[in-house]
Design a protein around this ligand. Structure first.
Ligand code: 6CS
Ligand code: FE
Length: 308
């Protein structure tokens, strides 16, 4: 129990109240979200229309087919291949290798490694939409490429990203949005993203404690910070499960607190995406709410410079 006292101290030091306690008890709990999902002025501030913003507020996600053109998909796919086969990138701590194969699973902080992906972060098709949802200037909390090759690319168990970012990175509230841009066609059968629509309004307080240096394990397979099966069943019964299928070049914007996951990909059809996480500059990270220390900056940024 000593560890819990230490964690409380960290939170007090940062002078932020913890509305979303997690990984501090052996009993799971549902906590209603206090904050809005769409913070922005709806009219004409960006490329989302009012209906899309309404859908985002209601469901916690919105899909944008054809955000990238076919030529851009080809360019970015070549960039992903280049990065995954670069020995220097592979040897870097930003690169996560699959547990059960030698394949690249994710590469982090890709907007700093790759000029092309750096440009994407500032692209109006992405940035204006993130700003509209968050209603402020935004910065990049995390960027990554996820590769899910055919014949065994590994899935991600059910989780809320905000739960991890709150517990391990010190993100105070759920005022962040992820933009996942597909570089391959997403079918129902090749490990597409699954989201429970409307689940973003409920925070699931998870059981257990964050182990030391947990990111070294969780980015391959997350066990702490994933809800118990009873909580997942309740949410699934309440909300159902939507599959983010669609053609290459499409994007999904989704709220940081959506309950989501994806299965393994045992088909021959690979799946890869560029994943950009924007956080509001009014929600910058403090000390972790439930971990011994913040994760490395290439996983949860400590540089809050707004994207311009
Ligand atoms: O660690 C992260 O930031 C992200 N990755 C995992 C496996 N879970 C939480 C979050 O989506
Ligand atoms: Fe996630």
């Amino acid at each position: 129990m000593t560890a819990l006292v230490g964690r409380g101290d960290l939170t007090r030091l940062s002078n932020v109240t913890d509305r979303y306690p997690t990984r501090v008890s052996q009993v799971p709990a549902f906590i209603d979200r206090a904050e809005p999902t769409v913070w922005g002025d709806r009219a004409g501030a960006g490329m989302f229309g009012a209906q899309e913003l309404d859908a985002h507020a209601r469901d916690g996600f919105v899909q944008v087919p054809g955000l990238l053109s076919a030529e851009e998909v080809a360019e970015y796919s070549a960039e992903l291949d280049r990065l995954a086969s670069d020995p220097q990138v592979r040897a870097d701590e930003r690169c996560i290798i699959e547990k059960s194969s030698e394949e690249v699973r994710s590469i982090f902080e890709v907007h700093r490694i790759s000029d092309a992906i750096g440009r994407l972060v500032r692209d109006e098709r992405v940035l204006s939409r993130a700003r509209q949802i968050l209603g402020s200037d935004v910065y990049v909390h995390q960027s990554r490429i996820n590769y899910k090759p055919g014949f065994g690319g590994g899935g991600f168990y059910w989780h809320s990203d905000f739960e991890t970012w709150h517990a391990e990175d010190g993100m105070p509230g759920p005022r962040a949005v992820s933009c996942s841009i597909s570089l391959t066609d997403n079918h129902a059968f090749n490990g597409c993203l699954m989201i429970m629509p409307g689940s973003h309004r409920t925070f699931v307080s998870c059981v257990g404690e964050t182990p030391e240096d947990y990111h070294l394990e969780s980015l391959k397979e997350q066990k702490i910070g994933t809800p118990d099966t009873d909580s997942i069943s309740k949410l699934a019964q309440r909300h159902g499960i939507a599959m983010m299928t669609g053609d290459a070049g499409g994007a999904t914007f989704f709220d940081s607190n959506c309950m989501h996951g994806s299965g393994d990909n045992i088909t021959p059809f690979p799946r890869s995406n560029i994943f950009l996480v924007f956080n509001s500059v009014e929600n910058t990270c403090v000390q972790p709410f439930s971990a011994p220390r913040p994760r490395p900056a290439h996983i949860g940024s400590r540089d809050f410079t707004p994207v311009r």
